[in-house]
Design a protein around this ligand. Structure first.
Ligand SMILES: Cc1cc2nc3c(=O)[nH]c(=O)nc-3n(C[C@H](O)[C@H](O)[C@H](O)COP(=O)(O)O)c2cc1C
Ligand SMILES: O=C(O)C(=O)c1ccccc1
Length: 398
């Protein structure tokens, strides 16, 4: 009996990152956040960890997972479990991508290149934010074996929008994720308390300051592309603030975006099933259910609570991504059982990045992969394809 258990454990724990004497990084999600808090300056940590208002939605995102119980199953496991999926042509070793995160260099220098490398090490993708300190071409060059996606914040200027999309396609990005939910600033007390908004200080402007069209839109003529001094940085920040988003977007604009690129276009930030259906009708190649990690609208509904209805509305016509509140491998499983094809993580990868650059990001992804694979096996599955709501039962939250 003991031998048998050992065999089973040896098999299922194969990829776990055991290290004699312990790991350099915490394995638990809360411990990871706490370690990052201790490491980072308060204004940086609070930009990352913070959310809108009283942060009710950010907490609700996490709490929503406690209302589902996984049903575990026995005498089913007769072949190895494979957590890999393919999404819009992108192969993923686990159904978890890194969500776009602006100003990630608050967590670590060279943030985006580190994250792209960490994701590639584990076999998954970074969705690169529009607001990165490293230009998208340099991020792609830093992880030549990785599969990157690009998140577009549709600028007020159409030529700049086209330029960003063309640059991403040319640099080898495999999909465009349109940020749907940031057309107005969220009310974020932690940022207000510190008086710290990273983009005013030149963080996250790499894709803009490297774009000739951006400088044509500048308020004053700076010395040229790049951010050589404080005056240029101030011009760039003021210009960016003016052109960052186009609040007047409508579903019909997807056709315009799709006419600029051969890449699949997803829309991120969808919570309403009717909107999801309308966006797919308008040409969206994928939908990301998300409330931006509770950073935009407080008292907004938990993202997980929107997932079943959006999944029903989309009914498999296009791939469905989910983010906002994913912290563990079992969270991943719950989201997939409710209809997501893959999920994204936001804050957890920034915490891993803060603790150890690419290595820390890879650690976070490996933890999710190992826990997810274990949970997939214990719920009686060999692949993600067979997950369904019948793997879950509603439970009363503790
Ligand atoms: C510091 C930070 C910056 C973010 N920047 C962006 C961004 O530039 N574009 C975007 O679409 N979403 C952005 N997000 C939202 C994430 O993509 C994602 O929706 C959210 O973090 C998921 O929730 P989670 O942090 O609970 O995993 C950001 C999130 C954080 C924490
Ligand atoms: O902080 C964010 O969540 C975010 O997505 C963002 C990006 C650029 C400007 C403002 C907010």
């Amino acid at each position: 009996m003991e031998e048998c258990c050992r065999m089973v454990y040896a098999g299922s724990y194969q990829s776990h990152t055991f290290r004699a004497g312990g790991s350099a990084y915490p394995f638990g999600a809360d411990a990871l956040e706490e370690a990052a808090r201790l490491k980072l300056p308060a204004e940086s940590f609070d930009y990352i960890a913070g959310a809108a208002g009283r942060e009710l939605t950010a907490r609700a995102n996490i709490a929503a997972f406690t209302r589902y119980g996984l049903i575990y199953r026995v005498l089913r496991h007769n072949s190895p479990t494979d957590p890999a999926v393919t999404l819009l042509g992108t192969p993923l070793a686990l159904p978890v991508l890194l969500a776009p995160a602006g100003a990630a260099d608050l967590a670590h220098p060279g943030a985006e290149a580190e994250a792209a490398r960490g994701a590639a090490d584990v076999g998954t993708s970074l969705v690169l934010s529009a607001v990165t300190s490293t230009p998208l071409e340099d991020v792609a060059a830093a992880a030549p074996h990785g599969h990157l996606w690009f998140q577009l914040a549709w600028p007020g200027d159409e030529q700049l929008a086209r330029s960003l999309v063309h640059r991403a396609e040319k640099a080898g990005y495999a999909a465009v994720v349109l940020m749907g939910d940031c057309y107005a600033a969220g009310w974020r007390p932690r940022e207000l308390d510190h008086g710290f908004f990273p983009y005013r200080h030149g963080h996250g402007l790499g894709n803009y300051s490297s774009d000739p069209r951006f400088w044509e839109l500048a308020d004053h003529s700076p010395s040229g592309p790049g951010l050589p001094d404080d005056a240029t940085r101030a011009v760039a920040a003021a210009t960016w603030n003016r052109v960052f988003t186009r609040p007047s977007l409508a579903p019909e604009d997807l056709a315009t975006l799709k006419s600029w690129t051969h890449l699949p276009v997803l829309v991120k930030g969808v919570c309403d099933p009717g909107e999801a259906r309308c966006l797919v009708d308008a040409g969206a190649d994928g939908i990301a259910v998300s409330n931006h990690g509770g950073r935009q609208l407080d008292s907004g509904v938990a993202a997980l609570d929107c997932l079943p209805a959006v999944a029903a509305a989309v009914s498999g016509r296009v791939p469905l991504l989910f983010d906002s509140g994913i912290r563990t491998g079992t969270d991943v499983l719950i989201a997939l059982a409710l209809g997501a094809d893959a999920v994204m993580i936001g804050r957890p990868w920034l915490y891993g990045l803060a603790l150890g650059g690419a290595d820390g990001v890879a650690h976070v992804l490996r933890c999710l992969k190992d826990e997810f694979t274990s949970a997939l096996t214990l719920t009686g599955h060999h692949t993600c394809a067979t997950l369904s709501p019948s793997d879950l039962t509603p439970v009363r939250a503790p």
